[in-house]
Design a protein around this ligand. Structure first.
Ligand code: FMN
Length: 325
């Protein structure tokens, strides 16, 4: 039996990609994930603000009302230098035999982009861009937001020849069309669906904001499950779900609807890197029980067109809500 996966021309020993997070912020973390069987690792993201701040040697144009934010960026940049990041890529490649994917968290089509070449030169097997716009500015319409995706990936792709993946949010009124048209540009080699935003909550005793649920739960799997199911047969690039994948059962569901592989973060924070072999063992047991020898044997078995049903569409909402007294 083989769990291997072809992903953007890279060979993964299994479908478990550890998503970008503090788990992969240093070489100790990377080695631990590798030794426990990760199929590939996405390194912690660099932020475009870090790249710009270092390029301008900390001399940033500070708008009057944003001093606190810029102070934070300066301090963060001092403690997390981009040279350290390039070094992490090199060390990760030297210490492992699996694909190492660098990550940049960005929102603008500006000068930080030329830095992508340095990431490639440091040995990264691929680059993942986390471009997640929160459509919170009421002066910007959806077309202008979507246009930014096209502009950023086009410019980044010109800088590099390694595969480029796009991690995005589900905040788009025309999500299917957006992903389809992005896939047609051939500037993107895979889509990661979706980024999970930091969400503030409120403590009603102290009247202060606090972080809500830093880590996901399995129940959050359903959003990416829906979109992978709806899109996997329409998009000619691999789709990788992110958010809420905690167990082998979650991995199996995602592959059944057409995912090429999966990204996991919270489950590893909660259970340690030892969760990777647990998931892989359970996955193998399920495949054995169902007489599957490879992931291709069941990938997409339940995607939208294959099942010819409307599980993820409006008619189901009517049946579901109509049936609840
Ligand atoms: C502590 C923490 C740090 C994260 N840092 C990053 C990051 O630097 N870049 C990024 O693209 N995503 C980051 N993420 C998001 C994860 O990659 C992932 O998309 C999200 O946690 C959903 O997956 P999960 O349900 O498996 O946790 C982070 C998540 C956590 C919990």
């Amino acid at each position: 039996m083989s769990l291997s996966v072809e992903y953007m021309g890279l060979k993964l020993r299994n479908p478990i990609i550890i998503g970008s997070s503090g788990l992969s912020k240093n070489i100790e973390g990377v080695k631990k994930l590798y030794e426990n069987g990760a199929g590939a690792i996405v390194l912690k993201s660099l932020f475009e603000e870090q790249i710009i701040a270092e390029a301008t040697k900390g001399v940033l144009q500070v708008p009057n009302n944003h001093t606190e934010m810029y102070d934070y960026i300066k301090n963060y940049t001092r403690e997390n230098s981009i040279d350290d990041y390039l070094d992490l890529i090199k060390k990760s490649k030297e210490s492992t035999t699996i694909p190492i994917i660098a990550s940049i968290n960005c929102v603008s089509n500006t000068e930080w982009i030329s830095f992508a070449k340095k990431i490639q030169n440091s040995g990264a097997d691929a680059l993942e861009l986390n471009i997640s716009f929160l459509p919170s500015d009421d002066s910007i319409n959806s077309k202008s937001i979507e246009k930014k995706y096209f502009e950023i990936v086009k410019r980044v792709k010109k800088q590099i020849s390694i595969p480029l993946s796009l991690k995005m949010s589900y905040f788009s009124a025309g999500l299917s069309n957006l992903i389809k048209e992005l896939s047609w540009t051939n500037n993107i080699d895979s889509f990661i669906l979706f980024n999970r935003f930091y969400s503030p909550d409120i403590d009603i005793d102290t009247f202060k904001f606090r972080a809500a649920n830093t880590f996901s739960q399995s129940s959050e799997l359903t959003t990416s499950l829906r979109w992978i199911a709806l899109l996997s047969n329409k998009i000619n690039k691999p789709l990788i779900p992110s958010t809420g994948i905690h167990t082998a059962e979650d991995v199996i569901k995602q592959i059944l609807v057409g995912a090429q592989a999966v990204q996991i973060v919270s489950s590893i924070y909660k259970n340690g890197a030892e969760q990777i072999p647990v998931i892989l063992e359970d996955l193998k047991k399920w495949m054995q029980k169902n007489n599957y020898n490879s992931l291709n044997d069941f990938r997409g078995k339940l995607h939208y067109q294959n099942t010819n049903n409307e599980q993820f569409e409006r008619i189901q909402f009517m049946k579901y809500y109509g049936g609840i007294e």
